[in-house]
Ligand binder design. Structure first.
Ligand SMILES: [Zn+2]
Ligand SMILES: [Zn+2]
Length: 400
C-alpha cells in the first residue's frame, strides 16, 4: 500500500553528527575545560535521543486521511476498502458484464457504491490501486485486442468510453480522473499516452473538467488525430484552433476522416445542453461497418432546455442506433432511451468522485436524486448493461 512515512535519521547518524560537532569545538579552543566538554556532550546526546524518540513515534505511521476519524478508525477504513474492493473484483471477474444482470454481480457493484461513497474515497490507497489497476488492465487488453465482428466497448473513468470495431477505434470523454482531487488517484501520463495511441479520434462532449482535459486532447492532436468538441471547450486556450468543430445540427450526417484519411466516420452532432448555458455535443458516430454509437456526455433536459426533446424523441426515426452511452444521472434517462431506441444501453458517470457524496450517483440508482428514471430503465425491456471502471463488453448486432 502507498503509505506515506516521515523519514527518521538513525540513532548512529545523530551521535556521529554530535561527536563531530564536539571535536570541532575542542579543536577550535584546545584549552577548553574538560568539565565544559563533558557538559556539552551530555546536552547534545540528550538532544539527539529526544529527536530520535520523536522520530520513532512518527516513523512509518501512515498519514491520517479522514480528519473526522481517530487514527485507528481511519486505518480501519483503509483495511475495509481493501477487503471490499478485493471481494468486488473477484465477483465482477467471475460474472462479467451481461444482460440480464446476475444478482451476485449486482451485489458486487453495490459493494463498490459503499466503498466509493466514503467522502475520502479517492485519497484511500486501496481505492487508488483499484482504479489504476483496472484501467491499466483494460489498456493492456486494448493493446492486445483485434475486433473482427461487432464492437468491443471499454468503460473507463466517468463518461470515458473506448469503442473498437474492425476498422476504427473511437474515444469519448477520456479523462485521467484528476477531478477526484487526489494526484495519487489519477492515471499516469504514460497510461494516458498509451490510451491515446489506441484510438483514432477523441469526441469531447462539453467543457466540464470531468469530461474534457487539455493534456489528453493534446496527445491526440500531436498524433494527428482529430478531437471533436463544441466551441466552448478550451475556448480561451491556444489549442482551440486545432479542434474539429462539426456543425451542431439534429439528424444531419457529416463526414469525418480518420487514420490520415484512410477511413471516414459519419457523425451526427446533436445540439445538446447541460442545464442552461453549457453546450453539450451528443455525438452519434457511424463506423465504416455501419455500426452506430451515441454518446450523451452530460445531456440533461430541464426548464428552458426541454426543447432538446424535439430531436431526442425522434433520433430513432432518423437513424438506427446500436449502442447508447448515456449519463446514469440524467433525469429522464428512460424517455431518452425511448427516443434513441438503441439495441444496447451502457450507462456511465456512476461514482464520479469529484462530486459531493449525494451526487456520486450509485449503481443502485438513486431515484430521489433529480427524480431519476434510471430504475425504470433498468426494469424495462431495453438491454441495459451496467459496468464499472475498466470493464468491457462485446456488442454484435442481431438481425432485429
Ligand atoms: Zn457536465
Ligand atoms: Zn459530468
Amino acid at each position: 500500500m502507498n503509505m506515506k512515512t516521515v523519514p527518521a535519521p538513525s540513532r548512529r547518524a545523530i551521535l556521529t553528527q554530535a561527536l563531530t560537532f564536539i571535536v570541532a569545538l575542542v579543536n577550535q579552543r584546545p584549552g577548553r575545560e574538560l568539565r565544559e566538554v563533558v557538559l556539552l556532550c551530555l546536552l547534545l546526546s540528550g538532544g539527539a535521543f529526544l529527536q530520535q524518540a520523536v522520530a520513532d513515534t512518527t516513523a512509518a505511521r501512515p498519514l491520517k486521511i479522514d480528519p473526522n476519524l481517530d487514527e485507528k478508525s481511519d486505518a480501519y477504513m483503509n483495511r475495509q476498502s481493501a477487503a471490499l474492493l478485493a471481494e468486488a473484483s473477484r465477483t465482477l471477474q467471475q460474472l462479467p458484464p451481461q444482460f440480464p444482470e446476475p444478482r451476485e454481480r449486482h451485489l458486487g457493484l453495490l459493494l463498490l457504491d459503499s466503498v466509493l461513497h466514503d467522502p475520502q474515497a479517492a485519497r484511500r490507497p486501496p481505492v487508488q490501486t483499484f482504479f489504476r489497476t483496472r484501467i491499466e488492465t483494460a489498456l493492456a487488453e486494448m493493446e492486445a485486442t483485434q475486433v473482427h465482428k461487432g464492437a468491443q466497448i471499454w468503460k473507463l473513468y466517468n463518461m470515458g468510453f473506448v469503442v473498437r470495431t474492425k476498422s476504427v477505434t473511437l474515444a469519448f470523454d477520456l479523462v485521467s480522473g484528476r477531478t477526484a482531487g487526489c494526484p495519487d488517484f489519477e492515471l499516469s501520463s504514460n497510461v494516458l499516452a498509451r490510451l491515446a495511441r489506441q484510438c483514432d479520434v477523441l469526441f469531447i462532449s462539453h467543457r466540464h473538467r470531468d469530461h474534457a482535459e487539455e493534456p489528453m486532447a493534446q496527445l491526440f492532436l500531436a498524433q494527428g488525430k482529430p478531437v471533436v468538441a463544441p466551441p466552448q471547450v478550451f475556448a480561451d486556450r491556444p489549442l482551440h484552433a486545432s479542434l474539429t468543430h462539426l456543425k451542431r445540427a439534429a439528424h444531419i450526417t457529416q463526414s469525418l476522416p480518420v487514420q490520415g484519411g484512410k477511413q471516414a466516420l459519419k457523425v451526427v452532432v446533436y445540439p445538446g445542453h447541460q442545464m442552461g448555458s453549457v453546450e453539450n455535443n451528443v455525438s452519434l458516430v457511424i463506423t465504416p461497418e455501419g455500426l452506430s454509437f451515441a454518446h450523451l456526455g452530460d445531456q440533461i433536459n430541464e426548464g428552458d432546455f426541454m426543447v432538446d426533446y424535439e430531436w431526442i424523441d425522434a433520433v430513432g426515426q432518423h437513424h438506427r442506433v446500436d449502442v447508447l452511452l448515456p449519463p446514469c444521472w440524467t433525469n429522464e434517462i428512460f424517455r431518452i432511451a425511448k427516443g434513441f431506441n438503441p439495441r444496447l444501453i451502457l450507462p456511465g458517470h456512476e461514482n464520479e468522485l469529484g462530486h459531493p457524496v449525494d451526487e456520486r450517483v450509485p449503481f443502485w440508482g438513486d431515484a430521489e436524486f433529480l427524480q431519476l428514471t434510471y430504475p425504470e430503465l433498468k426494469r424495462s425491456s431495453y438491454r441495459t448493461i451496467v459496468m464499472t471502471w475498466g470493464e468491457s463488453v462485446r456488442y454484435v448486432p442481431d438481425s432485429r
